[in-house]
Design a protein around this ligand. Sequence first.
Ligand code: SAM
Length: 252
Amino acid sequence: MPVKKGPALRKLKEQFAIRCPEFDISANWVSDRKLINAHLDLAGKPAGKALDLCCGTGRVGRALKRGGWEVLGVDACQEMARASSRFFPALGGMAESIPFKPGSFDLVICRQTFQFLDIKKTLSGIARVLSSAGSFVVSLTVPFSGIDSEWLSKIHSVKQPLLLKFYTAGDLENELKKAGFRVREKRGLTVRESIDRWMKYSPELSPKIRGKVISMVKDAPAAYKKLHRVNVVKGEVFEDWNWIILKTIYKG
Ligand SMILES: C[S@@+](CC[C@H](N)C(=O)[O-])C[C@H]1O[C@@H](n2cnc3c(N)ncnc32)[C@H](O)[C@@H]1O
């Protein structure tokens, strides 16, 4: 899982720059109250400095700030960092080389970005910038079980060619464990999404690919449709996305 460089990094930055102005309404999860509150809950009582790593438009960081944390953000895409910096200081920078001194943060939080990252480099950087009593909160959308895993991975690879890895909850926990992080608390929840909306706000994709993603959900295998509660209302396709949120500490 190498760090993105050259054309792949350029593509990633361009993709998020295009999506930035409408990112907050591009899917329900971005602003979902329950989901953001679950992150706040796991972050715990405000205890100093928090880094919103790969902050995007800063939805998680804004909530942390309102909760009493002193928040800083980092994002590879300058437009995203600029959008966040309307709410808290945010810099352009890579998760794989976090531009802060050792022990700078009491909390690092990273929502829905691990699939793009060189996980080994990112986790070793997080361990470096965390204070000794600090914690790392990470979240991702993952399959519900082995039943939907293969089909969901296919959908994601059509939707997002810049994916470095498709994670199950087990994969995520294994990577964290290998890097010396121990899971202290877990939350799981679902957020209902409109696939048509998700595609409407993915302007980087061709109409053909957008149509393909919608069909892959609408015409998914029956077991997938049952788990994701796929349904069509007035031609619009909806399904549940499964989220995992982990609070970890670094043990080395
Ligand atoms: C799906 S968005 C999630 C944004 C935010 N974490 C949230 O939950 O609202 C992924 C973000 O990660 C950023 N990103 C992707 N790869 C990155 C990297 N290697 N280093 C820093 N940021 C990265 C993108 O620019 C984008 O803003």
